[in-house]
Design a protein around this ligand. Structure first.
Ligand code: 3PY
Ligand code: MG
Length: 263
């Protein structure tokens, strides 16, 4: 196994190359993620919250991301902490948990994703042992630092509790969800992920993450937004979903062809 895979947690904290850029995939197809993972992404997220992955397709997806030499990250459905354990068992390098609104939510997440003394993750990392290339004893000793537990901050309640969430031992970082946060901050009036209100909230979260020595990640709807986040100091960003990238690429190819006809 390459250190790229095993060193994901360390790379996230060191901010090599000005921060990481991850793919984001909702279509539950292992071959699709393998194609995307060939690009210069630092990781690929399988989105089980709004994407259509189930446990079986996610386990294959993780394997196909790893086949491309990249770490696989999984976003679980809201509150499905049992899935978080299973995805780590399947070889995920990181778990992103949506709607973590309190220290209690954060502790429940850690309980499922970290072995004692931090949590109560149950033993059974059969595929993870294969993917990380580790013997059982070595995986047990390193899993808590080798895998990353990320709490999503995407409500007003979570913003208010940011210090308590970040103070939970075993939470390695937070992930700002700008769409839900914009809906929450406007009391349901607006979907405005790229608004000034989100920029302001992100700046606060970034300051608090630095104070706690923890990572900050954020969802960018495209490369431009992702670049802005990186410039601000965000450690890991998304540069749009796979469907957006697919359609943008298709649109550009069609337009290029039409331009050639006219030239
Ligand atoms: C949000 O912006 O709310 C997210 O969850 C990112 O996918
Ligand atoms: Mg969200």
């Amino acid at each position: 196994m390459t250190t790229d895979i095993d060193g994901f947690a360390g790379r996230l904290k060191r901010r090599e190359n000005g921060g990481m850029i991850s793919g984001w995939v909702g279509i539950p197809d292992a071959m699709l993620v393998n194609h995307l993972a060939q690009e210069d992404f630092d990781a690929v997220v399988l989105d089980m919250q709004h994407g259509m992955w189930d446990m079986e397709t996610a386990a294959s997806g993780i394997a196909y991301v790893r086949l491309a030499g990249k770490p696989a990250v999984a976003r679980i459905p809201v509150g499905d902490f049992a899935a978080a354990s299973r995805l780590l068992d399947a070889g995920a390098s990181a778990i992103i948990a949506p709607m973590i609104n309190s220290a209690d939510d954060a502790r429940a997440l850690v309980k499922a994703t970290k072995y004692p003394p931090l949590g109560e993750r149950s033993w059974g990392p059969s595929l993870a042992l294969n993917h990380f290339g580790l013997a059982a004893e070595d995986y047990l000793q390193s899993a808590n630092s080798l895998t990353v537990t990320i709490a999503m901050v995407e409500t007003r309640t979570a913003l208010d509790a940011i210090d308590e969430i970040l103070a939970v031992d075993g939470i390695d970082g937070v992930f700002v969800g700008p769409s839900d946060l914009s809906i929450a901050l406007s009391n349901g009036a607006r979907l405005a992920p790229n608004s000034a209100a989100i920029d302001q909230a992100l700046a606060t979260v970034l300051t608090r993450c630095r104070a706690h020595g923890k990572a900050i990640c954020a969802f960018g709807s495209d490369g431009d937004r992702a670049g802005q986040y990186l410039k601000l100091g965000v450690d890991l960003v998304i540069a749009g979903t796979e469907t957006a990238q697919l359609r943008t690429g298709a649109r550009a190819a069609i337009q290029t062809a039409r331009n050639v006809i006219q030239s």
